[in-house]
Design a binder for this molecule. Sequence first.
Ligand code: GLN
Length: 487
Amino acid sequence: MKKNDILDLTVCEIVRVVRKRELSASDILEAYIASAEKTDTEVNAYITKTYDLARAQARRADERIADGDVPVLCGVPFAVKDNFAVSGVPMTCASEILRGFVPPYSAAAYERAAEAGGLLLGKTNLDEFAMGSSCEKSVFGATKNPLDRKKSPGGSSGGSAAAVAIPSAAWALASDTGGSARQPAAFCGVCAVKPTYGAVPRYGLTEFASSLDTVCTITRDVRDSAYVLETLVGRDCRDMTSLDLAGTKYTEGIEDGVKGLKIALVNGWEDFVDDAAVKCVKRTADVLRKLGADIVTVDVPCLGEAVEIYLTVSAAEASSNLARYDGIRYGKKADGESVAEIMKGTRSGGFGDEVKRRILTGTYVLSSVLTGDYYRRIKAAQAEVCRRIYDLFGKIDILLMPTTAGAAFDIGSFNENPTDMYGSDRFTVIGNLTGCPAISLPAGGDGHMPVGVMLMGDRRSEPMLYRAAFAAEAELKEFVKGETGNE
Ligand code: GLN
């Protein structure tokens, strides 16, 4: 098998060829390292490459294969967003303030992938502390969209999505607090799952807004998504919010189709997206109807306020979570005569503008100037959103929405008005506010770049979402091919 053919294999196919001993883990790894070396000077998907570690893991994987022990991700090269800890590997969160920080512990999700035989290629770029939608707000420079280098790969998990799209990783770990895995996956033409809150333990994921942060995967297709998620879910005593889902088989029944499922479009959704997104969502609805789903429309009035609620809640949590970066405990430390001066210097010089904006907003929201009432009221509004969405899922099975308002925007589009970018999360934040799972998959393109659609269901409804996404994907593939990369 030639190097380029190796790169054509999905995760499930890699495992199959490794199990049949047609290729060794080291063969697969070297093809991916060559691909990363060829593309990354331009695309900038990686912050840190860990080839030595990956080669050691590949040797171990090949030994296990020789002993007849072939675990589920054996020989599969993967990447990890640089806000997850991997013991002994620098973790920067794309921030100056963590430059030089090497965690002595590993994230639970990474541990599970590595124990399952995965090979870590490196840590991927992101918007600083996962705050952003473009992967430009990184102290290591912007990641470029591999399909058109003038375009943003989306964010904050832009490095992970770009790596999977190239491919310079067979799959990648990402995080999603308001859309950070799904939006970049849509911009890069790949698949992302934001599982139910707590499905994958957050231990070792750097906190942004802990009540919304969700460990996600970015994969090339829907089957890979289900397959990798199976390995990652399950309780971990180091994360009290993690769910007891170990052993769930998301790949089982994935081919069972959508007959009888009630799938709803949101009234008025077209008003917020461009023509390509309208076309792709309508097409997906048509495909699902043809396959036997019942397509209906519903009102989701709270969708309008969801972004404001998200921004307030996430900023409040961020201001509290990021208080720990004080120059005393982690990474960079500024000079100063007093503790106060050290902290001030470290935080002023160490955080970028977007992170400071969120900390200031969050501190204000929580401050006594507002007598704490503002935060309580916003949490009440969030509870009302949850009530309405859970009620809705008593009547329908799945919400079908655009992932984003259109295809990838140009790098630099929001330089003048950075807060305009917040609007790009309109359809994604609702999944985080409610803890509900959602899958984004490519559904076509604007003639040049891919466009994604999103399927969202009630908590723990991943098996049903995978069935629907898998069925739709098979029908949508040709459109994606025909409507992307033509200019
Ligand atoms: N784009 C959103 C934000 O900037 C979401 C980020 C995320 O999901 N981490 O807040």
